[in-house]
Write a protein that binds this ligand. Structure first.
Ligand SMILES: N[C@@H](CCOP(=O)(O)O)C(=O)O
Length: 432
């Protein structure tokens, strides 16, 4: 498989080179040159997630340095459960509740563990073909940073530098992304997530900086982050289609658009997925685009669903590269509605959702009864609620226990550096 740039001004590269580069040299994002086509039968003998991942991802990594290691990378990266839980009836009419796909049972309690663990294992496989240190530069609005730090710790040949926005992430998230051993470094930036993301892109666009530090990305702009995220959507969609005869609809909490784009790509490759609905917080870039057809990035707004506080979603560039009509609906949910849905879900179903998952649950309730009854709906539950205890606990009126892996994070010492939003400051951080 070869990869082309969305901007069309860069040479074709294989998957290994696309991973090493992070973004294309013309500033575009890498896209597969052609899409493989699957049928449900292709996965009939792959009941578990790692097996399905290896089958689904094989064409994407064909003829690259990762090809032979792919099955073991998938087995090692996806070694935690990903349960799909039917939610009890959530309102008074007879329409069934959605299924909740819990994507947060990895070591850092967020769906990012799938992609981050895959990516760093892929870097390790690539590392056997080069001895140059790779600097993985990543911007986070909360969850990516923790997952990347955890996945990067101890991986030979890599150094991870995590930029996070001061005052815009939960206390647990901040501790979690600052607690990993060198060569993982966290940097608190006096700006929002979009400023962090712009800094990362500016560093990639600076040829001297990019070459000197051998920069690459661990955000979903990297194919090594977003391609593995197709796996759990495919698993859930194949299972529901087998159970009901109808492809499920997906409701996906959306910020940087990497998780939703993975579902879009899986559907484009023939995975049986029905409508794809994006659930966003008050940040209106995607809902306005869907309503008007005009895309306009803008500064992000701070919300309770902070990991989705993105004003300029990176993967829009990939979405715009595909034929129109890939996203059926975009629903924007404000903080009051997030809190109300969190509370109602707890009261009616005894289910504790994180604020991002609550955004998707609220979105489900905006669908009309016919839409809800036409098929099974799957809610992507993106993070463990205990990561957002300061928001969730007052709303539901009880404490939320940390799972053991997250509890262990608090025993680690947290440290970070500080910087502003100017590229020379980042150059200084990278040089130290
Ligand atoms: N929601 C993210 C923002 C970055 O998204 P990514 O999927 O492109 O890494 C976060 O939690 O940091």
């Amino acid at each position: 498989m070869m990869y082309r740039s969305t901007r069309g001004q860069a040479p074709l590269v294989d998957a290994g080179a696309a991973l090493r580069a992070g973004v294309a040299p013309d500033g575009g994002l890498y896209m597969p040159q052609e899409l493989p086509r699957f049928t449900a039968g292709d996965f009939s003998d792959t009941p578990d997630l790692p097996g399905l991942a290896a089958r689904l991802l094989a064409p994407f990594f064909a003829d690259s340095a990762i090809e032979t290691a792919l099955p073991s990378i998938c087995a090692d990266a996806f070694d935690f459960p990903c349960p799909r839980i039917p939610l009890a009836h959530t309102d008074n009419n007879a329409s069934p509740g959605p299924d909740i796909l819990e994507l947060f049972h990895g070591p850092t309690g967020a769906f990012k563990d799938f992609g981050a663990r895959f990516l760093f294992r892929a870097f390790a496989a690539l590392g056997q073909t080069t001895d140059r240190l790779v600097t993985v530069l990543v911007a986070t609005s909360g969850d990516t940073g923790g997952a990347v730090g955890c996945a990067a710790e101890g991986v030979a040949g890599t150094r991870a530098v995590i930029l996070f926005p001061a005052g815009r992430i939960s206390p647990f998230q901040e501790h979690q992304l600052c607690c990993w051993e060198p060569p993982v470094e966290a940097v608190r930036v006096s700006g929002d997530f979009d400023a962090c993301q712009a800094l990362v892109k500016a560093a990639f666009a600076d040829p001297d900086l990019a070459r000197r530090h051998n920069l690459t990305s661990a955000n979903s702009i990297s194919i090594g982050r977003f391609l593995p995220q197709m796996t759990y959507w495919a698993r859930a969609a194949l299972d529901v289609t087998a159970e009901t005869g109808t492809p499920p609809g997906l409701i996906i909490p959306t910020g940087n658009l990497g998780n939703a784009f993975a579902a879009v790509l899986a559907r484009a490759c023939g995975v049986p997925i029905g409508p794809i609905v994006l659930a966003t917080n008050a940040n209106a870039t995607l809902s306005d685009w869907h309503a008007s057809g005009q895309y306009e990035g803008r500064p992000s707004i701070a919300t309770l669903a902070n990991a989705m506080d993105v004003g300029t979603p990176s993967n829009f560039e990939r979405l715009a590269d595909l034929p129109p009509g890939q996203i059926e609906t975009v629903i924007r949910v404000n903080d009051d509605a997030i809190k109300a849905r969190l509370r109602a879900t707890f009261d009616q179903s005894a289910y504790i959702a994180c604020p991002h998952t609550a955004t998707a649950l609220e979105t489900f309730h905006t669908l009309d009864t016919d839409q809800r009854q036409a098929r099974r709906w799957i809610i992507g539950a993106t993070a463990h609620p205990s990561k957002f205890a300061d928001t969730v606990e007052p709303v539901i009126g009880q404490t939320v226990a940390l799972p053991p892996a997250l509890e262990a994070v608090l025993e680690r010492e947290a440290r970070c550096r500080e910087m502003g939003v100017a590229l020379p400051e980042l150059a200084g951080v990278l040089a130290r």
